[in-house]
Ligand binder design. Sequence first.
Ligand code: ADP
Length: 487
Amino acid sequence: MGALSTVNMYILGGAIFTLLVFVLILAFSFLRERKLDKMCNIKNSELLVSQQELQAAQTELLAVNDELSFAYERLNQQTNELRRLNQLKSEFVSMVSHELRTPLAIIKEGVKLTADGTTGEINDTQRECLNMAVDGVNRLSRLISDLLDVSRIESGRLQLAKKSVNIAKLLLGLKENYKTPLENKKISLVIDVKENIPFVFADVDKLAQIVTNLMDNAVKFSNENGKITVTAKTQEVMAVDNNTKLEYVEVGVSDTGLGIPREEQERIFEKFYQIGSHLTRQSGGTGLGLSIAKSLVEAHGGKIYLSSELGKGSKFSFTLPKYEGQKESEHSVKAEDQLFLEERQHKNYLTLVLEETIKMAFIYKTRFSLINIRVDNFKDLAGFEKEIELKKLETQVQHCVRRPYDKVVIDEEELVIVLPEADSDGGKAVERRILETLEKSGVKIKDQKIWLKIGRATYPENGEKPHELLKFAKDNLQDRPVLEASK
Ligand code: ADP
């Protein structure tokens, strides 16, 4: 009995123990689950907050994206507008500069002749005033030709006629070219250039312009008794493919002049940039020389550099590719046509007149003629002499055209007479009248009888566009010596 109850006791104890363990396990898993639930809830609400934050960020990003697209669109529009304005500006500058050149040459010549005393005695004060006027006109001419260069470069109309150029010869000639300005400032010029330096592949006129711009500055910004050194040496540069070596010639122009402050050196190649402390405006500069030089060097595939120290001097160097048998740049007929068209697109005064006349002729279904006059004698005259003679001729021809809407236009070195409503016979009659008038007036060019080449074109049979009509007239020029006019 005693043993049985002991067994029962053990069984009961075991059951109670098992129950306890079971209850404990239950309680533990219950607690664990609650804890997990709690943690899940926290995590869930955290996730919810993050999700809301993400949504807010996404909305913000979408708004920023919209703003960016809008700004991009506006920037695009503004860029196009700026491009258009820039193009307009270049065209305007080019047209104005062309139109200013002729009257300026005439003013200059007139003032010079008066200042020299050729047109009669003048006193010293008058001479001084006139010389100042010549200086002003010279400055204006420089500005105009610089502006024309810039407009040509900016509009992409710069044409390089590249061939092999003997750079040593060009640099060695500087001594003679700069003789007077160097003597005036007692500047010594050393040209350290070996005769056997390789030829370069360049447009000789543009190369001369680069060197002149640098030399002019070196003289201008040197003090009295300064020294200018011109060097040329070859330089090898690895090509982008890292296999071939490209050979360049590096030209340096250094002076012992004012020097350029470090902080100004970056901007010195910008258009119109001048250093105030150099009082450059009094030295008659335009601030365009270096920017033109840089564009010209880069158009040749070279680079331009500056090293300078204030108060000590400056060195400008530039590189040009060595001539290695490259093919000369050709001006094919097509390219010339293209150039002709592009020049015309620059809308000089003549093109505008022709466009207007064509418009009227088209609307009213009438014809009109133009006469192109080229003066053969001009071949032997200097630039300014041509301009003066052309102006005289224009005045004479003005007397031969009778109707108020007939126009006589100077175009480069030629005259073009535009005769609205004149058919081919009408054009021929005006041509005859011009020759008779010139003959009667006995007008001569430098004491020689005038030899003209005259071509005519009539709208619409010889062309329907300004350049077509001009081309027709220029392609059909006939020799017309003035004294044989009446025959
Ligand atoms: P410009 O000489 O017609 O003013 P540039 O473009 O040739 O125009 O030169 C811009 C400016 O750079 C000059 O006005 C001058 O201040 C400075 N500069 C150019 N060359 C030199 C030089 N050799 N020494 C000192 N300053 C120079």
